[in-house]
Design a protein around this ligand. Structure first.
Ligand code: AHG
Ligand code: MN
Ligand code: MN
Length: 365
């Protein structure tokens, strides 16, 4: 670029299209440009706020039994319209559609699959808070290429994603993306409509003093998560010997973005509030793409007991526990799950034993 800036198109052409045939992903850059077009359209609509006439409930529920907002449906439609025509996709799934959306026969069919959450954190809409969109791209397997696209085509582990990303609609709109070569952030230059690379090769600090969890669910958590949070809350006088800070924005996009920018841990763990649910977040279009971005930025993402990218989905709208962020903290929480499952963390099952000042002898200086 003459002005030295890297637009999204330049980045994608350099990273994907000018690669040897063996590593190239034909058409992926064009597909991602269409996804970016969806995001620009959504950003424009959200910026209008209440003046856009799209606030309020849609009088319908999605497959999770959640009341849909008009904006949930509108943003879903924007993704479909921008991405269905280009001949690169075989099908799409979304939080707001019960079934697989097969590409209409009027358009050519490609062999990529797109899973998306068109509007993440939609409870923030009414308060003019931060929301986002999340997407994940995989490829139809060779043996399914000629078959009609059904649910089974999408039931692949996240480690098979060829691209993943999110948009964050905050004071500025950003697209954060990975095609497997690190995690990169682009800021929307609204006046000209370009996404410009502003955050190249984002790295998550390995250590952190910040964690995010919806503490109102504490009584439903499993012991290893309680142990971790209690230790953090004990702060400088506890066994961690440092103070921690908490955050909760109620939008996974906003939490992950903060973690990519300055580190931290985000948890929506398994809990016993609704045991059948396993977790709150959806594997295909929330947990999997975010785990891809976090790992590509040097962080970790686990259910507590396994790497999220290795979880093989059993259903389109499957939920999964999520613990992600700074690698040393996530590893610690994974270890707490392991110790709990082996019955090795007995002395820690009481919060009192986590307080150095209460029952544990002071370590000599
Ligand atoms: P969505 O708006 O797409 O349904 O997702 C909301 C999700 C996630 O983004 C967020 O972390 C979590 O739900 C918030 O949950 P609480 O309602 O427990 O705060
Ligand atoms: Mn969501
Ligand atoms: Mn959503």
């Amino acid at each position: 670029m003459q002005d030295g800036r890297t637009t999204l198109s330049k980045f994608l052409i350099d990273t994907l299209d000018r690669q040897p045939a063996s590593v190239s992903a034909p058409g992926l850059s064009a597909l991602l440009i269409d996804v970016a077009a969806s995001i620009k359209t959504i950003s424009g609509a959200l910026t209008k706020g209440a003046l856009g006439g799209n606030y309020g409930a849609a009088q319908s529920v999605n497959t999770h039994g959640e009341e849909q907002q008009k904006l949930d449906l509108m943003t879903n439609e924007i993704f479909l319209q921008h991405c269905e025509w280009d001949g690169l996709l075989a099908g799409m799934v979304s939080e707001e559609m019960d079934e697989v959306y097969a590409i209409p026969e009027t358009y050519p069919r490609g062999d990529y699959l797109l899973a998306f959450d068109p509007l993440d954190g939609s409870s923030n809409i009414d308060i003019n808070g931060v929301v986002g969109s999340i997407f994940s791209v995989t490829r139809v397997r060779d043996d399914q290429r000629d078959a009609p696209v059904t649910e089974s085509a999408f039931l692949r582990p996240g480690n098979e994603q060829v691209a993943a990303g999110y948009a964050i609609y905050g004071p500025s709109t950003m697209l954060v993306l990975s095609v497997g070569t690190g995690t990169h952030g682009f800021t929307l230059e609204r006046e000209v409509g370009n996404f410009v690379l502003t955050h190249s090769d984002i790295r998550i600090p390995e250590d952190t003093g910040e964690f995010a969890i919806n503490a109102s669910n504490e009584r439903f958590w499993e012991p290893p998560v309680r142990r971790y949070v209690q230790e953090c809350k004990a702060g400088r006088s506890g066994c961690r010997a440092r103070d921690f800070n908490t955050r909760w924005i109620a939008s996974m996009v906003a939490e992950v973005h903060r973690i990519l920018m300055r580190g931290g841990v985000f948890m929506y763990p398994r809990d016993f509030k609704t045991p059948a649910m396993e977790g709150r977040l959806r594997l295909l279009y929330e947990a999997s793409p975010m785990s891809f971005l976090v790992e590509q930025a040097g962080g970790q993402s686990i259910t507590g007991r396994e790497r999220i990218l290795d979880v093989v989905p059993a259903r389109l709208h499957q939920r999964v526990p999520v613990i992600l962020g700074s690698r040393n903290e996530v590893a610690r929480i994974g270890r707490y799950h392991d110790e709990y499952d082996r019955g090795e963390d007995k002395p820690f099952s009481s919060p009192l034993f986590n307080e150095r000042s209460l029952f544990l002898p002071e370590t000599p200086a």
